[in-house]
Design a protein around this ligand. Structure first.
Ligand SMILES: NC(=O)c1ccc[n+]([C@@H]2O[C@H](COP(=O)([O-])OP(=O)(O)OC[C@H]3O[C@@H](n4cnc5c(N)ncnc54)[C@H](O)[C@@H]3O)[C@@H](O)[C@H]2O)c1
Length: 276
């Protein structure tokens, strides 16, 4: 435990995780929704381990800027991978094909795919609008299907690959005012199992990660509202928010050869909140 856990209201521990997977160096990953939050951190930490990365985000300007910042921060890291950031709307199947094409053109190979983009709408159940429902499912569910399809089609041509989908503790816990989000993440969890079963014979592994409250823009409102933070932490046995780097620990494992016999799994990174 570091000072970081006591110097901020959510007691977020952002200290680096020691897990290293040298076999990942030289491989290529696509990460969607990487213009900020966990996706941006995933790209940076994978590049730090020598992975070449293509990040795609609805906000293409933010994505390009993040790629530039990561490249600058890793300039002195020996063996760091290269990072490319482009605009990509995950609700458009063609955008996924373009991400794959960018990776293949720039790096000559594509080994790993992270369906990370997501939206987190809030509304009382009776107030969920058709538009809100459509957007939520379109990004959180359809985006995972389309990304998985593009990745799987390519992985089939090269003898295998790895897909990781971002689900949520919300897939198994019914948090109020989040019915659209909760149900979309339940779909991601089950989709992951379906994809793993169907793609396994092609040596394509598919797993999901189920984060709890992680300190990103998506959960900034929790940090900014003391009562909301108290309520949130009361559902977390470890009594603190998670850091994106702690989710990266699970992601790196799932992408690595250490997980070569792991498929169809959902790894919670939630401080135990799935049980409360
Ligand atoms: N933060 C948490 O506590 C938490 C908990 C559980 C699960 N998750 C999931 O983890 C993933 C990342 O979350 P985060 O906290 O980093 O979120 P975030 O809101 O900080 O970042 C999400 C990114 O996705 C992008 N995005 C949104 N719609 C898109 C689209 N149509 N196409 C491409 N990109 C799009 C956004 O522009 C943004 O850059 C999401 O799937 C989220 O649901 C987050």
């Amino acid at each position: 435990m570091t000072d970081a856990t006591t110097s901020n209201p959510g007691r977020v521990d952002t200290s680096p995780l020691p897990a290293l997977y040298p076999e990942l160096a030289g491989r290529t990953v696509v990460v969607t929704g990487a213009g900020r939050g966990m996706g941006a951190l995933f790209v940076e930490e994978l590049a730090r381990q020598g992975v070449n990365a293509v990040g795609g985000d609805l906000d293409g300007d933010a994505m390009a800027a993040v790629a530039e910042q990561i490249t600058a921060r890793l300039a002195d890291v020996e063996g760091a991978g290269r990072v490319i950031g482009v605009g990509a709307d995950v609700t458009d199947p063609a955008a996924h094909d373009a991400l794959a094409a960018t990776a293949l053109e720039a790096f000559g190979r594509l080994d790993m795919w992270v369906n990370n983009a997501g939206v987190f709408p809030q509304a009382d159940f009776t107030d969920i609008s058709p538009q809100q429902l459509a957007t939520t499912y379109s990004v959180n569910v359809n985006g995972v299907v389309y990304g998985g399809q593009t990745a799987a089609r390519h992985f089939r041509t090269v003898g295998g690959g790895v897909i990781v989908n971002m689900a949520s503790v919300a897939a198994v816990r019914a948090r109020v005012t989040r019915a659209a989000y909760n149900s979309s993440k339940a779909a991601v969890k089950h989709l992951t199992t379906c994809m793993a079963v169907e793609l396994g014979p092609d040596d394509i592994r598919v797993n999901s990660i189920a984060p709890g409250f992680i300190d990103t823009e998506m959960t900034r409102w929790v940090q900014e509202d003391a009562a909301a933070l108290d309520r949130a932490l009361s559902t977390v046995p470890l009594r603190r928010l998670g850091a994106p780097v702690e989710v990266f620990g699970a992601l790196a494992f799932l992408l690595s050869d250490s997980a070569r016999y792991v498929t169809g799994a959902s790894i919670p990174v939630d401080g135990g909140s799935q049980h409360v």
